[in-house]
Design a protein around this ligand. Structure first.
Ligand SMILES: [Zn+2]
Length: 318
C-alpha cells in the first residue's frame, strides 16, 4: 500500500466514522427528546366537561368505561368538592370563575336576563384576553349568565341529550379548534330528579355522558390534537334521593379527572380539589396566570414539566 492510498483509506474511514458518530449523536438526542417530552404536548387546548348531577360513586358503578379509562391514565379524585349551595347555576359559575358564590355574586338558579352576567373574571375571559378562542356547548340555557359579552366566541344552548350536545361540540372543535371549550350534559340531573339518584335511568344517563365523552375524544383525535388537549371531566354537584342543593356529602362530592397522556402525571390526586380549582387549572394548563383574586388554585402538581404552555407559547412565537 503506498502512502497516497493509505492516506486516502484513512481519510475515508475518518469521514465514515465521524458521520456514524454524528448520526449516533442525533439519534441519541432524538431519543432523549422523545423521552423527556413524553411524545406529546404541550397542552394547547382544554375541554372542560360537566355532567350535571353526576355523583362520583355512581360514575364508578355505572361502568362509565371512557371516564374510568381516562382516570386510569390521568390525574383524578372521586372526592372533589363543589360549593354550597350545590345547585346548577351557582356551582357552574364557581367551576368556571374560580370563585366561591359570595365572590362571584350569582345567587340564583334560573335564567334571568334582567340580572345580566357574572361580574367577576371567568376562565373564558382570561383566555380571550390572551388572544385565545373560547366556546360553550350547554344543555341548560341559564348557563348563559357565565358567558359575559366578548368572552365566549360561540355559545350554543343545545336541546337534547349528551350525544346530541357532543356531536355539535365535536364538530365545532374539529372545525374551529378553540383553546378552551366547555361542554355541559344535563342528563344525570334530569334522571336523578325524575327517578332518583342511583336509579337505573340515572345510571343509564351517566353511561350516555360517558359515550358523549367518547365522541368528543374521537373529535379531538380527528383534529390531530389528542396529544395537545387536556380534558377535565367533572360535575356541578351530586345528589341524593330526588334532589340536591344541600351541604350533604352526597350533594357536595363530585368527580374530577384530568386527562392528557404524556402531559398529565397519572395517579390519584392527594391534595383536595375544589370546583373552583377547575377554572384555575384550565388557564394554568394554557400557560396563563391564574387570577390572584380567585379562590381556586391550579392543580400544578399534576402536570409534567413544561407541558402547561398553550396560549402563552403561541403568544411568544408571534
Ligand atoms: Zn346541576
Amino acid at each position: 500500500m503506498n502512502n497516497k492510498h493509505w492516506y486516502g483509506m484513512l481519510t475515508k474511514n475518518c469521514l465514515m466514522n465521524s458521520r456514524l458518530l454524528s448520526a449516533g449523536c442525533w439519534i441519541w438526542w432524538l431519543c432523549l427528546w422523545l423521552v423527556t417530552t413524553g411524545f406529546s404536548g404541550p397542552i394547547e387546548h382544554v375541554i372542560i366537561v360537566s355532567m350535571d348531577g353526576a355523583r362520583p360513586d355512581y360514575v364508578l358503578s355505572a361502568q362509565a368505561s371512557n371516564i374510568q379509562a381516562m382516570a386510569a391514565q390521568g390525574a383524578f379524585t372521586w372526592w372533589a368538592q363543589t360549593v354550597n349551595p350545590s345547585v346548577t347555576l351557582i356551582s357552574h359559575t364557581s367551576m368556571l370563575s374560580g370563585c366561591q358564590p359570595a365572590k362571584h355574586g350569582i345567587d340564583w338558579n334560573t335564567w334571568k336576563p334582567s340580572k345580566g352576567f357574572i361580574k367577576t373574571n371567568t376562565c373564558f375571559e382570561l383566555v380571550k384576553k390572551s388572544g385565545g378562542r373560547t366556546a360553550m356547548f350547554v344543555g341548560k340555557a341559564k348557563l348563559r349568565h357565565i358567558a359575559k359579552p366578548d368572552t365566549v366566541d360561540t355559545f350554543e344552548s343545545v336541546e337534547g341529550p349528551a350525544m346530541t350536545i357532543s356531536t355539535a361540540a365535536a364538530v365545532y372543535f374539529k372545525t374551529n379548534q378553540p383553546d378552551l371549550l366547555f361542554v355541559h350534559y344535563p342528563d344525570p340531573d334530569a334522571a336523578g330528579h325524575a327517578f332518583g339518584w342511583g336509579a337505573a335511568p340515572y345510571l343509564a344517563a351517566i353511561k350516555d355522558c360517558d359515550q358523549g365523552i367518547g365522541l368528543l375524544r374521537i373529535g379531538v383525535e380527528q383534529a390531530g390534537l389528542a396529544d395537545r388537549t387536556l380534558f377535565i371531566i367533572t360535575a356541578d354537584h351530586g345528589g341524593h334521593q330526588r334532589s340536591h342543593g344541600t351541604k350533604d356529602v352526597r350533594d357536595m362530592t363530585i368527580p374530577w379527572v384530568a386527562y392528557s397522556p404524556g402531559n398529565v402525571i397519572p395517579g390519584e390526586i392527594q391534595t383536595g380539589i375544589s370546583t373552583c380549582d377547575t377554572a384555575a387549572t384550565a388557564v394554568y394548563a394554557l400557560g396563563l396566570k391564574v387570577d390572584p383574586q380567585w379562590d381556586g388554585k391550579a392543580a400544578e402538581e399534576i402536570f409534567a414539566d413544561g407541558k402547561a404552555a398553550g396560549v402563552r407559547k403561541r403568544q411568544m412565537a408571534k
